[in-house]
Design a protein around this ligand. Structure first.
Ligand SMILES: Cc1ncc(COP(=O)(O)O)c(C=O)c1O
Length: 392
């Protein structure tokens, strides 16, 4: 498939092809408003899609009925459990192990509070989603990095060293696993996850798995929830419909306990569970319950975009190194061959008028890299790569 023939080969119902640039520029969300109107934004993890029809209906029905009170019931938990059983072969996920939280990162913090104390360390695999560096610190924890290997996968020697360092001062420690990994899109395998669990058990480190991007794993790649692997029973996990169905504006997430971590999850204050937005939980439940066909169309579109981006880069920016991974819609681009210094995103923005995430806030391994969000149309993707190339 060549870069030029891609457009005509798309599925007709590709959610990434329903909006024009003019329509997208009307949006008032962060992606479209942070930069000047001449800048093409492919940065923050918002997608250029319309809402899946069942989600739009659930939310507009609730609005029409004035159903905007406090959240109630187990609709979100039920929908996650059913989706997990169908898509991830997770048959024994008891709804009692699932609690709603206002969003993923607030849920992550609550999980830290249940398994660590102030001053304790949180281990992260840099380069990683910048809030993984920030939220522990905002909450009186320190961060210890275990950088990914050159293959973008967990480096177990680095992880063991980080566990050692994290426990060095005698406190407790947790490992915040990003699964799939943002920004690389790496999907950890069952054997890697089992190795994580063994290492965590050896050191007495608790695992908190952020599975925000889990529904976005490409067809043909198996997503294995951390809590389902041998040794994962003591883990805690978070997931949400926000990334896969583009719902960051309708906030919500769930925290899930491994079979031996139910008491830990139970320590989370009730106030946290009921602080989820009622409309958010309606939207997220509809996504997990009825959003499957839309998700499948999206995943096909993302798969095509992933291959298309690799082609575009090979043709127009051959010095950029990109290792496509099946995990999500984020591409981690090694731009060190371009001679743009530690922060190539700054040059692409200033000279190319294209907004990408700078790699620097992702921690060790981020210098000279950018993160590009390809959850957009092939036309916008083409224009973005053209602008990057023109800025050199
Ligand atoms: C790994 C990861 N966790 C959490 C979030 C944010 O989720 P929330 O907005 O629900 O806190 C994101 C958003 O991009 C993410 O990539």
């Amino acid at each position: 498939m060549s870069a030029t023939t891609h457009a005509s080969n798309e599925l007709p119902d590709n959610p990434l092809r329903q909006l024009t640039l003019d329509q997208l520029r009307q949006r008032t969300s962060e992606k479209w408003r942070r930069y000047d109107p001449d800048v093409l934004p492919l940065w923050v993890a918002e997608m250029d899609v319309l809402l899946a029809e069942p989600i739009a209906k659930a939310v507009t029905d609730a609005i029409a009925a004035g159903d905007t009170g406090y959240p109630s019931g187990t609709g979100y938990a039920d929908a996650v459990a059913a989706f997990a059983a169908e898509r991830w072969h997770w048959a024994d996920l008891d709804r009692d192990r699932i609690r709603t939280v206002p969003d993923i990162m607030l849920g992550v913090v609550e999980m830290f509070k249940t398994v660590t104390g102030p001053g304790d360390a949180i281990v992260v695999n840099s380069p990683v989603y910048p809030p993984f560096h920030l939220f522990p610190v905002f909450n009186d924890r320190t961060v210890v990095e275990a950088p990914l290997g050159a293959d973008q996968r967990i480096d177990f020697a680095a992880l063991a060293a980080a566990f050692e360092l994290a426990l060095g001062r005698g406190g407790r420690a947790a490992y915040l696993l990003c699964h799939p990994h943002n920004p690389t899109g790496t999907v950890h395998t069952r054997s890697e996850l089992e190795r994580v669990a063994r290492l965590a058990a050896d050191y007495g480190v608790r695992v908190v798995a952020d599975e925000a991007h889990a529904p976005l794993v490409a067809p043909g790649t198996r997503f294995v929830p951390y809590l389902t692997v041998a040794g994962g029973e003591r883990g805690l996990a978070l997931t949400s419909a926000a990334k896969a169905w583009n719902l960051p504006g309708l906030r919500g997430a769930v925290a899930i306990a491994g079979t031996e971590a139910v008491a830990d999850l139970a320590r989370m204050p009730e106030k946290m569970s009921i602080s989820i937005s009622h409309l958010g939980s309606i939207a997220h439940a509809a996504a997990f319950r009825e959003g499957g066909p839309w998700l499948d169309a999206l995943l096909a579109g993302l798969d095509a975009n992933r291959r298309f981006l690799a082609e575009l880069l090979a043709e127009r920016l051959p010095e950029v190194r990109y290792r496509p991974e099946p995990g999500t819609y984020l591409a981690w681009l090694d731009c060190r061959g371009l001679g743009l210094g530690d922060d190539p995103a700054a040059a692409f923005l200033e000279r190319g008028r294209v907004a990408l995430n700078s790699g620097l806030p992702f921690g060790t391994g981020g210098a000279g890299h950018v993160r590009l969000n390809y959850a957009t149309s092939p036309e916008i993707l083409t224009e973005a790569v053209d602008r990057m190339a023109a800025s050199l």
